[in-house]
Design a protein around this ligand. Structure first.
Ligand code: EPU
Length: 417
């Protein structure tokens, strides 16, 4: 167990390069199991969630190697339809094994996934999709069992544009007989990234990035090469850190379109944002301005950036209202910000943030990934020393976070806790 020790009140300055998207990688890595040959995935981030997924694939019989940010997946020995529970429970995205194992073997046994504790995260929409494709579904003792003589394409209407359900149904439908049409599908960038990878493998996916995704099933998929898109949330986090510290940071290797919801809000907060090609430069204000925001599915303001934004608004001039509409319990970290002097009231799923001129360093604990990002940002802008406990949670989604922050002039160290 380790902690991140941050000496605050430092204006971040310089350049930071963003890694590949966590949420794309954790969909694309298991998808590579569906190919008949080897897939080479580039721009894969070196984060804990990816390392756990590599272990799961090896446990299932695949050969996985990682060289820098390139992962190869050779599914030659991939024989088991039973996912190893001790690894599955470590990350939420292990639910993608349901779609993959079902598509490959016509059966799957996958424990209900772990991941961040941000409220109940049911998988009913995933299971509805598998049932529509003809699978028998049972959930017993925390294990999902799926079985289908054959999968047959079908229309599936999602009650909510769930990222996970959209991706899982795409995975299962890629090898079904006939066409599956997902209505009210999620439009997040990683849905599009997965569709591009599946298509490179020989699948026929159309419409990803809109709310109707059509998947015409094919008999066989091959291995393919693919470069994972940059991580929009990692980029958002460094943009927020620049804004919170009155810094001047150029965030490189990004798709600026994916950052628009956050760029728009940071401009409202008084930051200057310059977008150019594959980078974005953020000049933070002396003190941010208050603003109101509600999290929404893409292209709305992302829930994953809600926690980092509240850290920025903690020091804003005026009162901000931040509504979380995706998760039931994604405001738990607020009590940690309050320990640092923030004045925030939580009413249901809304945080009312009365900006204060200064935050003060304190020992705080990251209970989920983006809470960790929020506390890091608060620590960078606070006076004195902040110790963020729970670095292993932050490392699930942020690669080399201490090095990247030091590269921007921050005084940050990892210490055993
Ligand atoms: N939901 C259901 N039933 C379902 C599926 C979802 O009720 O069958 C609900 C969830 O409980 C939640 C909401 O719908 O309240 C959104 O869930 P969604 O399925 O869209 O999210 P997810 O697939 O579980 C992914 C990301 C999250 C990100 C959300 C929203 C991955 C591995 N995770 O989760 O990322 O917050 O989409 O954009 O892609 C993070 O990176 O920190 C993170 C939590």
């Amino acid at each position: 167990m380790s902690k991140l020790v941050i000496r605050g009140r430092c204006r971040l300055h310089g350049e930071v390069t963003i890694g590949g998207s966590k949420n794309s990688s954790v969909a694309i890595i298991p998808a590579a199991l569906l190919g008949e040959g080897t897939s080479a995935l580039d721009n894969v981030p070196r984060i804990n969630d990816v390392a756990v997924f590599a272990e799961i694939l090896k446990d299932l019989g695949a050969v996985v190697t990682m060289d820098g940010s390139t992962m190869t997946v050779a599914p030659n020995g991939f024989v088991s339809h039973i996912a190893p529970y001790d690894l599955v429970r470590k990350l939420r995205a292990s639910y993608y094994l349901m779609g993959v194992l079902l598509a490959k073997f016509g059966q799957a046994e996958v424990g209900l996934p772990g991941g961040c504790d941000i409220g109940p995260r049911p998988v009913d929409q995933h299971l509805k999709g598998f049932r529509a494709l003809g699978a028998d579904v049972s959930v017993e003792g925390g294990v999902v069992r799926l079985k289908a003589k054959k999968l047959v394409g079908s229309p599936v209407y999602l009650d909510f544009p769930s990222v996970g359900a959209t991706i899982n149904i795409m995975l299962a439908a890629s090898r079904a007989e006939g066409t599956t049409v997902i209505e009210n599908a999620a439009k997040e960038p990683h849905v599009v990234d997965l569709a591009n990878f599946l298509n490179a493998m020989g699948a026929r996916v159309q419409g990803a990035g809109t709310d109707v995704v059509r998947i015409r099933g094919v008999k066989e998929l091959r291995g393919a090469d693919h470069s994972v898109i940059p991580d929009d949330i990692e980029a958002d986090t460094y943009m927020m850190a620049a804004a919170a510290t009155g810094g001047d940071v150029t965030v490189k290797n990004v798709i600026t379109k994916h950052l628009e919801p956050v760029s728009a809000k940071l401009r409202e907060a008084g930051a200057i944002i310059e977008e150019n090609g594959d980078y974005v430069r953020v000049l933070g204000p002396e003190r941010p301005k208050a603003l109101n925001v509600k999290t929404l599915p893409y292209p709305g303001f992302p829930t994953d950036a809600q926690q980092p934004l509240v850290a920025v608004l903690s020091r804003a001039e005026g009162v901000s209202v931040v509504q979380e509409s995706i998760y039931d319990n994604r405001l738990g970290y607020v009590s940690e910000l309050v320990k640092m002097g923030a004045k925030i009231k939580v009413e249901g799923k809304t945080a009312i943030v009365e900006g204060v001129p200064r935050l003060v360093g304190a020992p705080v604990k990251a209970n989920d990934l983006r809470a960790g990002a929020s506390l890091m940002i608060a620590g960078l802008s606070a006076e004195g020393v902040t110790e963020v406990y729970g670095l292993e949670i932050i490392s699930r989604g942020y690669e080399m976070v201490d090095e990247k922050l030091r590269g921007l002039g921050a005084q940050v160290e990892i210490r055993p806790d």
